[in-house]
Every structure is written in structure tokens, then in C-alpha cells.
Design a protein around this ligand. Structure first.
Ligand SMILES: [Zn+2]
Length: 240
């Protein structure tokens, strides 16, 4: 008999089916999966935010940076007429396609898209790996159309504590580690992605101050939708 930490009958907002959400681990953030679409709680929360704030999402211009091969990314790619995505490959010219994967290369700190290109810009657990988050938030705001939004997840591990920079990069590309290096899994780099920021709830004010985009932290806790775990806040930052 397999041991489960939790099993819960519910409805998955991504695959739109009644499912038995399960986790074999107490850390639900990464392990409380939908057996049908393999999504995890933060992906279901992100999709719920997209569908509630932009119910016509299927017809909008959507770009996702660094999608994953499951859950909300696959659903949006499948359902939306004007969805596209990119990855960051340091060795590839921005705006061109990787010769093997055929995925467009984009650097969030220096996007190659024209101003006012997208209704929705999506990032999922990316903004804690950016060396110059001010530049990245400015760039995302630039490429959003007025009325559009950056909808994203990022672990707000510092909660009420101030956000903290963990590592910086100088003009020569040398990384300065301000604290012990921490890495998360990265689908396009087996070495993982260095965590550059521990964000707290002050991220919303930070973005508004840097980009003039009003930003909210949208917190859902609904176990019947499989949206129940630590650090699954969704941020929505509007270009006005
Ligand atoms: Zn599902």
C-alpha cells in the first residue's frame, strides 16, 4: 500500500475534470498534483486568476516566458489562438529561434518585442531568478498593451519581511553572491536556476513604484480546486 500525505476529491480548473488530488509529500506546493494534467497548486491558482480577471483569455494576445510542459502552460497553448512562448538561452540571439528546440529566445531584461504587444504576459516562478528585476518589470510593462496585465507566480518566501537580493551580476557578467547560493530546477539548464531574490509582500509596492502598474497579490485557498499550499500567491500587475 502506498502512503499518501493527502488525497482530496475535487475539480481541476485546468483540465476541467473531477479528479482525486493527491500528494505523497507534506510539501504540497510541489507535490499536490492533479493525476490528469499533472498540474501543481500554483499552476491551478495562476489559471484561476487568468480566467477570472480575463474571461476572454482564449482570444487575447498572450506571451509566456519559460513555460513548463504541463498544466496551465499546455492548456493556454492549446486553447488560445494567439499564445506564444519563449525561453532564455544566453548563447542565442534575442528574438530568434533556438536551432534545435525552435523556441524563441527572449531575455526578460531586454525583450525584443515592440511596445504594446500583449494583453497578458505570464511568468511562473521566474521573477526570483532575475538579476535586474527592475529592468525586467519595466520591460514587461513596456510590451503590455494598455489594460493588459503581467500575471505571474513567484514564491513570496519573505512574506512580511522586506524583499532581499541574494546575488547580483556586474557589467562583466561576474556573479556576486550576497548569501549562500540557492538553486531551483530549470527545464533548460541542468545546473538549475540561481535564486537572486527572496521576495516578500512588498513586491507589489516595488513593481508599482518602478513601473507605475498597480499590482495586487491574489491569494486563493480552495482545496476543492486543488489550490492549497504554501507560496501560491498570484500577482497581477496592470498597465494603465
Ligand atoms: Zn488537472
Amino acid at each position: 500500500m502506498e502512503n499518501y500525505y493527502i488525497k482530496h476529491n475535487g475539480y481541476c480548473p485546468i483540465c476541467e475534470k473531477n479528479v482525486l488530488f493527491t500528494s505523497k509529500h507534506f510539501w504540497l506546493r510541489d507535490h499536490f498534483i492533479c493525476p490528469s494534467c499533472k498540474s501543481i497548486p500554483r499552476e491551478r491558482a495562476l489559471f484561476k486568476a487568468i480566467s477570472e480577471f480575463f474571461p476572454n483569455y482564449k482570444h487575447l494576445d498572450i506571451h509566456e516566458s519559460s513555460p513548463v510542459n504541463r498544466g496551465a502552460s499546455l492548456k493556454l497553448a492549446r486553447e488560445c489562438t494567439n499564445y506564444d512562448s519563449s525561453q532564455y538561452y544566453p548563447e542565442i540571439t534575442k528574438g530568434t529561434k533556438h536551432p534545435i528546440s525552435r523556441i524563441r529566445c527572449e531575455d526578460l531584461e531586454d525583450l525584443s518585442f515592440p511596445d504594446n504587444s500583449f494583453d497578458i504576459f505570464i511568468t511562473q516562478d521566474v521573477m526570483e531568478h532575475i538579476f535586474n528585476p527592475e529592468k525586467a518589470f519595466e520591460e514587461i510593462a513596456r510590451v503590455l498593451k494598455p489594460g493588459g496585465a503581467h500575471i505571474f507566480t513567484v514564491p513570496l518566501v519573505n512574506k512580511q519581511q522586506r524583499s532581499q537580493c541574494r546575488a547580483t551580476k556586474d557589467e562583466k557578467g561576474k556573479i556576486n553572491y550576497l548569501h549562500d547560493p540557492e538553486y531551483h530546477g530549470n527545464p533548460v539548464d541542468p545546473q538549475g536556476a540561481l535564486v537572486t531574490m527572496h521576495w516578500g509582500y512588498d513586491i507589489a509596492s516595488y513593481i508599482t513604484e518602478k513601473t507605475k502598474c498597480p499590482t495586487i497579490i491574489f491569494m486563493i485557498d480552495n482545496i476543492d480546486l486543488g489550490i492549497h499550499a504554501e507560496y501560491i500567491d498570484v500577482l497581477i500587475s496592470w498597465k494603465i
